[in-house]
Design a protein around this ligand. Structure first.
Ligand SMILES: Nc1ncnc2c1ncn2[C@@H]1O[C@H](COP(=O)(O)OP(=O)(O)OP(=O)(O)O)[C@@H](O)[C@H]1O
Ligand SMILES: [Mg+2]
Length: 167
């Protein structure tokens, strides 16, 4: 189902485990300082995806949803930070000014952002946008490359081995 010649990949995910497995596989070929926007309605699976991605980077223990804090930062073994944001509850993109994202970017391994449209232009641009949508009992997952780095990344994903025959 993946097409290495295209800058977008469409997958069907029947279970949360499959969504997490796709995220793990994307994390395995993640370029440094990558930015991923996670789009989709409430309950679409953005946090499931983010947890799978963060675990693949070595984050252990509980991965809290940053619904109220807006941002959770995880120090990785390589000294870089993985950042998970959820902007559902911000009233105004100006609130992002208090998060000092410039400093965060200096040692960024990856930034995963749920509800990125609420941060508007205050956020760094996405390399890849992952859009999740309800499809029957499962989810449709579209991964779209935005930057040249994102294109290279998705091509590497398309060529990487999948542990799950469904993905
Ligand atoms: N194929 C699937 N992929 C992901 N989640 C699924 C899938 N099928 C069912 N689910 C369920 O859907 C829910 C997804 O919840 P999750 O918290 O990831 O959504 P979210 O997009 O982060 O929502 P929010 O906008 O509230 O943060 C979970 O309960 C998960 O078990
Ligand atoms: Mg969520």
């Amino acid at each position: 189902m993946t097409s290495p010649d295209s800058d977008a990949i469409l997958l069907h995910s029947a279970t949360p485990e499959t969504t997490a497995a796709v995220a793990e596989r994307l994390a395995a070929c993640c370029p440094d300082a990558a930015v991923v926007y996670l789009e989709g309605e409430l309950g679409a699976g953005k946090s499931v995806f983010a947890r799978g991605f963060l675990k693949a980077l070595g984050v252990s223990g509980s991965i809290k949803s940053p619904t109220y804090t807006l941002i959770e930062t995880y120090a990785l073994q390589d000294g870089r930070d993985a950042v998970h944001m959820d902007l559902y509850r911000i009233a105004d993109p100006d609130e992002l000014d208090y998060l000092a994202l410039d400093a965060v970017l200096e040692r960024l391994r990856v930034m995963l952002v749920e509800w990125p449209q609420r941060g508007a232009a205050r956020l760094p641009a996405a390399d890849v946008i992952v859009a999740l949508a309800f499809a029957g009992n499962g989810r449709e997952m579209q991964m779209r490359a935005i930057t040249p780095r994102g294109v290279t990344w998705l091509r590497a994903f398309g060529q990487s081995p999948s542990a799950d025959a469904a993905v």
